[in-house]
Ligand binder design. Structure first.
Ligand code: PMP
Length: 391
């Protein structure tokens, strides 16, 4: 296990003078914190003996009912018995990998992929093989080609089809059926990681992969729609995997926080959570627009970036010859932070890309951050013109 690029960055990026476009922290101040605080107090006063007691490995049944209602917004029809509560979706990733992967086993993952998933796969000594994406998400032909050339059967495909971290793109409708078809024919389990599915900026949420294939192992979380500090996520999986998940969860944590689970259950039952998700969507849309407008206005020719329809991230490609990792200390000196693309690949790729997040800073700070970043890229281009490519 080694420290991720993001971890090393958090300390520097947290300085107030730095505009951090690095971390993916949700904007918790937009939650009705007073109401949540009142609920928390009431919960302890009324049901403290249960809320502060041990619970079950699968999670609170009432919360699992609420989770099924949340998932129905993306077309998923699941029974509460099919749901296993986890400590954020990060723990679900860990448990799934623990169940499926022995050292040296192959896991397929989009290139790029979420850094936290790659960290988990590495800790179980998986051999990650990336499958390329484009603006419509994972490329079906590329997946078929990787499967044909591998010669070994991968343990699963890890994919984040909606508002991808870090690429900011979504798997198009036609490709969803294609990818599911390829995986079904190859007997390849699909792990769908979907923290951002409800945070689309245009219209109603789309359909999750799990909505069209009950064999898909689905990971969800309240980290982006309520708050990550609660650490409540979940997995939905076919019966055999689900039973193992409960055993693995029990061995990892005995049970999840009863208090956090009951708080989320109460929040779903008594607060206007659908409206609150809309509040988040509007807020993040405004920030996405601030970022895209200022990228357009200030970045030099040769840069290219994705246009996210939801979620938290823009994936930015640098002009040829520039190195996002080498440039980072100069960006920090110019008081702007990002995550170099290499963190999102298991194989050293991604030097010419970086991830920008727009979820946390106010729009004015985003504009200022992008202005600073543009200055840094301009200076790198001048260096390259004088001394040749930095890589
Ligand atoms: N998957 C993806 C794609 C993420 O972006 C994140 C958080 N950044 C997670 C999983 C983990 O989230 P949590 O454990 O808070 O649910």
């Amino acid at each position: 296990m080694v420290a991720s690029e993001i971890r090393a960055l958090f300390a520097v990026a947290a300085r107030p003078e730095v505009v951090s476009l690095a971390g993916g922290m949700p904007y918790i101040s937009a939650l009705p914190l007073d109401a949540v605080g009142e609920m928390a107090g009431q919960l302890i006063a009324d049901r403290g003996a249960v809320a502060l007691q041990y619970g079950s490995g699968q999670g609170d049944p009432g919360l699992r009912e609420g989770i099924c209602e949340v998932m129905s917004l993306e077309g998923i029809r699941a029974h509460p018995d099919e749901v296993v509560v986890t400590v954020g979706s990060q723990q679900a990733l860990d448990l799934i990998t623990r169940i499926f992967v022995d050292p040296g086993d192959v896991v397929l993952a989009e290139g790029p992929s979420y850094v936290g998933a790659l960290g988990t796969f590495a800790s179980y000594e998986a051999d990650v093989v990336h499958v390329p994406m484009d603006d419509d998400g994972l490329i079906p032909d590329a997946l078929a080609a990787v499967l044909a050339r591998l010669g070994r059967r991968p343990k699963f495909l890890y994919t984040c089809p909606s508002f991808h971290n870090p690429a900011g793109v979504s798997l198009s409708g036609p490709r969803r059926a294609e990818i599911l078809g390829i995986c079904q024919r190859a007997g390849l389990p699909v792990v769908e990681d979907n923290p951002y599915g409800l945070l689309g900026f245009d219209g109603e949420p789309g359909r999750a992969l799990r909505a069209d294939d009950p064999q898909v192992i689905y990971l969800g979380t309240f980290s982006k729609t309520i708050a990550p500090g609660l650490r409540v996520g979940w997995a939905v999986a076919p019966a055999g995997v689900r039973d193992k998940l409960v055993l693995a969860a029990e061995s990892a944590v005995l049970c999840h926080s009863s208090f956090a689970q009951l708080l989320v259950r109460e929040y779903l039952a008594s607060q206007p959570w659908r409206e609150q998700v809309k509040v988040f969507r509007e807020l993040y849309r405004e920030r996405r627009d601030a970022m895209l407008d200022s990228l357009q206005a200030s970045l030099p020719a040769g840069c290219r970036w994705t246009t996210p329809g939801g979620g938290f991230y823009v994936w930015l490609g640098l002009p040829p010859g520039l190195d996002a990792k080498a440039m980072l200390p100069r960006a920090i000196a110019a008081r702007v932070a990002y995550v170099p693309g290499t963190g999102f690949y298991a194989d050293g790729a991604g030097l010419d890309h970086l991830r920008l997040s727009y979820c946390y800073p106010e729009p004015d700070r985003i504009r200022e951050g992008v202005r600073r970043l543009a200055g840094v890229i301009d200076a790198e281009l001048e260096l390259r013109a004088t001394f040749g490519p930095t890589r």
